[in-house]
Ligand binder design. Structure first.
Ligand SMILES: *[C@@H]1O[C@H](CO)[C@@H](O)[C@H](O)[C@H]1NC(C)=O
Ligand SMILES: *[C@@H]1O[C@H](CO)[C@@H](O)[C@H](O)[C@H]1NC(C)=O
Length: 508
């Protein structure tokens, strides 16, 4: 009986400890967490505010305060959700103190179950921000200065700096990470003085601000086009008044590949601090960026997510009739150069058989890898701690197979299914090994700013720009030669000649 009594007392002590621990007091007020499997989640914490339509497109104001205990609630954000709903973050806290922090910057509306990462003893902060036109419409006007969604993230990182101690996090060890557009946002934070000192390492998965789908030299033209679609008077102010769902819907009429509104260069304005005043390519070429240790990489079949689109557009049939589409539309080539350039691209990918596999390789490089590789080389020429990976495992989780298109390797986003498994459960068998690999490397990096500290039995070599090697992440972990040297070199030459130079001049 005595033992039973003891157990009850210990249990009660344990429960009160947890209950006391799950209410945290920050400057804004008290917030109650939700007890999960070995950690506590504080969800939906507002880190900034937007004052109705007058604040739309503008930098956000101070975070709200409250008097009662605020309950956690799960908030989702889409490009058409009301602006005010998006400036929230979640903090997931395991046991421990002064813990390293991984701040995951969302690129869209995905759900990220942090369970397996938190269990490795790191605090996870998931940052939501304005998306779509309200986050990224860009004009040279006070009301719509551009990069609002990115300035939200800066505000969120300041919140982390000022508040994370209350959540047992270490404000001097904050690693920012994102995937796809989220990776482009992370890289932008490395390029702006507004965010300097707010983070100490960066992880960029399958995305870069150098990709034309992430950064727009022609942002103003796109905004004007959007306005025309509303068929309204000349002034832009009505954009403040239309419904957000309407804005998002009209943005789709732009029919640009991928995201219609991205990161932009801001013009000098009286009322707004500029986050970016030069093009990312110019900043990175001169090394004028934050040189924190970074993990950067791609999946070896990124473009598989377009398989269904490519199949239904009969891209292969069209190709046999002409090759014009082989040059991405953002390139500014003179007509004379087009045939020769198109031939060059054709011979690189489609010499011999025209297959879906060659089409996927072309899209992988033209939209992702060509840009990611250029980014890696620029960072690595100013830093000796750039860790470059390829995720190549073909498993049963992640992007589903498209009937009639063989899935080889890993598609865009596949690695997320290992880092943030939907139910927070460990995977089995080979997939479990791949998952352990990537979780260990990522959390090592968050803890030590080095993915393979001495306790690991192998070394992930940082990039040497003169002889690029990558870590192949699969069931086994191996350093290998970068496999797409010839292809990425071709894209580098094309983009430097027909994109960065020309666009730089026309943007000024
Ligand atoms: C580096 O960036 C800062 C901040 O944007 C800017 O003021 C400075 O002129 C830049 N330096 C060079 C050499 O471009
Ligand atoms: C073209 O396809 C055939 C049959 O599938 C194959 O045997 C051949 O190796 C392919 N050629 C090239 C250059 O890929």
């Amino acid at each position: 009986m005595a033992t039973y009594g003891m157990i009850v007392i210990i249990l009660m002590l344990f429960l009160t400890r947890i209950t006391a621990q799950d209410v945290i007091n920050i400057a804004q007020g008290k917030i109650r967490g939700v007890l999960r499997d070995g950690f506590v989640s504080y969800q939906g914490i507002p880190y900034g505010s937007i004052s109705g339509v007058n604040g739309r497109f503008k930098h956000a104001g101070l975070a709200p305060t409250w008097t009662n205990v605020r309950e956690s609630n799960e908030i989702q954000c889409y490009s058409s959700s009301p602006v005010e709903d998006c400036l929230h973050l979640d903090v997931h806290v395991p046991h421990g103190s002064n813990l390293p922090v991984l701040a995951w910057i969302t690129g869209g509306s995905g759900r990220y179950n942090p369970t397996l990462l938190v269990k490795q003893g790191i605090v996870i902060v998931t940052i939501r921000h304005r998306l779509g036109p309200v986050g990224f419409l860009c004009l040279s006007e006070d009301k719509v200065s551009g990069n609002a969604g990115l300035k939200d993230v800066v505000l969120a990182l300041r919140w982390v700096r000022d508040n994370i101690i209350a959540f047992h996090g270490n404000p001097n060890k904050v690693i920012i990470a994102g995937q796809s557009f989220g990776a482009a946002l992370v890289e932008s934070l490395m390029l702006t003085p507004m965010a300097s000192g707010l983070f100490h390492g960066a992880i960029l998965q399958s995305g870069t601000v150098l990709a034309p789908w992430a950064f727009n030299y022609d942002a103003e033209n796109r905004a004007k086009f959007l306005k025309m679609n509303f068929d309204e008077s000349k002034d832009m102010h009505f954009l403040n008044k239309v419904g957000i769902a309407d804005l998002a819907e009209k943005a789709e009429d732009l029919e640009v590949p991928y995201l219609p509104f991205g990161i932009c260069i801001e013009k000098p304005l009286k009322s707004e601090e500029r986050l970016l005043s030069q093009s990312p390519f110019d900043i990175m070429s001169t090394g004028n960026m934050s040189k924190v240790p970074m993990i950067v990489g791609y999946t070896n079949n990124e473009a598989y997510v377009f398989a269904s689109m490519l199949k239904s557009s009969k891209a292969l049939t069209k190709m046999s009739k002409g090759m014009d589409f082989l040059l991405p539309s953002e390139l500014q080539t003179n007509k004379r150069d087009v045939p020769q350039l198109a031939n060059k691209v054709h011979d690189m990918y489609f010499d011999g058989n025209k297959t879906m596999a060659s089409l996927l390789a072309y899209h992988r490089d033209a939209y992702f890898l060509g840009h990611i590789h250029r980014s890696v080389r620029l960072h690595a020429s100013f830093s000796d701690s750039v860790y470059y990976y390829q995720f190549s495992y073909l498993g049963n989780v992640g992007v589903e197979g498209e009937p009639g298109v063989i899935k080889t390797g890993a598609a865009h986003s596949d690695e997320l299914a290992y880092l943030f498994p939907a139910k927070g459960e460990k995977l089995d068998d080979e997939e479990g090994i791949v998952q352990e690999n990537i979780i260990r490397l990522w959390t090592n990096f968050v803890k030590h700013l080095n993915p393979t500290p001495e306790s690991e039995h192998f070394l992930w070599e940082p990039v040497n720009p003169h002889d690029v090697r990558i870590l192949d992440i699969n069931v086994d972990l191996n350093m290998v030669e970068f496999p797409y040297k010839r292809k990425t070199q071709m894209w580098k030459d094309i983009y430097e000649k027909y994109y960065f130079e020309n666009r730089r001049n026309s943007a000024q």
